[in-house]
Design a protein around this ligand. Structure first.
Ligand code: ADE
Length: 352
């Protein structure tokens, strides 16, 4: 599995490698469901308020807003926010990703081709090569590109002034960014939070209306309960339930939704087969933990990054695992969910 592999729920923009569970995503529909205006964007209220001030003040001064970083688990709307900011500024979002920028020339081409009001969006910025990062600092801070021409003793640096620009970057692994890079996001670093179940339900209702599919309120709730507090997952589950309902010549009822989700092996808590295997390995092979993410990943034949970026945040959010200084520990709730007896010494481990 490649390190770009995410949760099998990703859309094309985030470079998808489906994991053979919960099936493959459909690439283009997310663009239709993505909110095109601020008042359509549900949730993340604090971030929206902060961005509103940043953008409005910059517009009044007739300057591009300062650089912004979004971080947090996949599927929570980092790219959508970037699109909304570009839209608000009447510019275009020029999208690229960390691993796609291999040479200084790639970055120079991106920055020198921006039109006024355009925004450069770098997804997966944690995968930007270090050599590029060093060229990005002065570009972000002072609006200049330092390009080295030639090699050896005759090499010299030319300073290329850039038109003013805004960089929006996104990452699932903020801890992997160097401190100097993080500090250059002077417009703010915003952590996207999981959504409430009510907000996810509102997103499901909105998406169903856009898709023109009839859905019962109980089915909305069923999907919202199993959607990992994540809009992308909610939309994915809705689309699969729609397919299922279509073949049944039925609206999406609670029963149809439950059957469709059951077929995808998404359980009542929204856990996928990989989530459940992770808990099983932690409990059965590591005695409930503590276990390091590398050891668990090796036992599951998964990428450690996939576990820590995609699976663990949700398991932590549900209180099925805890992170202790010595590694991950399964909680009593995880034992109960998988039908295991809780061991007597579990409390010591959780403290420990
Ligand atoms: N679709 C995906 N994310 C959304 C959000 N935050 N609000 C409304 N619709 C969405």
């Amino acid at each position: 599995m490649s390190s770009s592999s995410q949760d099998g729920f990703d859309d094309a923009e985030n470079i998808v490698v489906p994991q053979g569970e919960a099936a493959a995503p459909s690439p283009s529909l997310d663009a239709t469901l993505r909110p095109a205006a601020w008042d359509e964007y549900i949730g993340q209220e604090s971030i929206k308020n902060n961005l509103h001030v940043l953008i409005t003040a910059a517009r009044e001064r007739n300057t591009p807003p300062e650089h912004v970083l979004f971080y947090g688990p996949p599927g929570l709307g980092k790219t959508t926010l970037a699109h909304l900011i570009a839209h608000e500024l009447d510019g275009n979002l020029r999208t690229t990703s960390g691993p796609a920028i291999e040479r200084v020339g790639d970055l120079a081409a991106l920055l020198t081709n921006l039109s006024p009001r355009d925004i450069l969006f770098i997804d997966e910025i944690h995968r930007l090569p270090r050599t590029i990062e060093e060229v990005l600092y002065p570009a972000m801070e002072s609006g200049v590109l330092n390009i080295i021409i030639g090699k050896g003793p005759s090499a010299r640096t030319i300073e290329l002034p850039l038109p003013p620009f805004t960089l929006i970057a996104a990452t699932t692994r903020v801890a992997d960014l160097s401190a100097p890079l993080r500090s250059r996001f002077s417009g703010g670093s915003f952590r996207l939070e999981f959504y409430s179940e009510d907000d996810i339900a509102a997103i499901v209702r909105r998406s169903a209306a856009i898709l023109g599919v009839e859905i019962e309120e109980e089915a909305v709730r069923e999907i919202a309960r199993r959607a990992r507090f994540t809009p992308r997952t909610a939309n994915y589950l809705l689309k699969r339930a729609r397919d299922f309902a279509q073949l049944k010549r039925s609206p999406i009822t609670k029963r149809v939704a439950a059957e469709a989700l059951g077929m995808l092996e998404v359980d009542e808590l929204g856990l996928t087969p990989t989530d459940r295997r992770l808990l099983e390995v932690l409990i059965e092979r590591f005695g409930g933990g503590p276990a390091g993410v590398g050891a668990v990943a090796a036992a599951l034949a998964e990428e450690p990054n996939t576990l820590s970026d995609v699976h663990e945040p949700y398991l932590l959010q549900l209180g099925l695992i805890e992170r202790t200084p010595r590694g991950r520990v399964a909680t009593p709730k995880a034992y109960a969910h998988l039908g295991f007896d809780t061991p007597d010494d579990l409390q010591d481990k959780l403290i420990g």
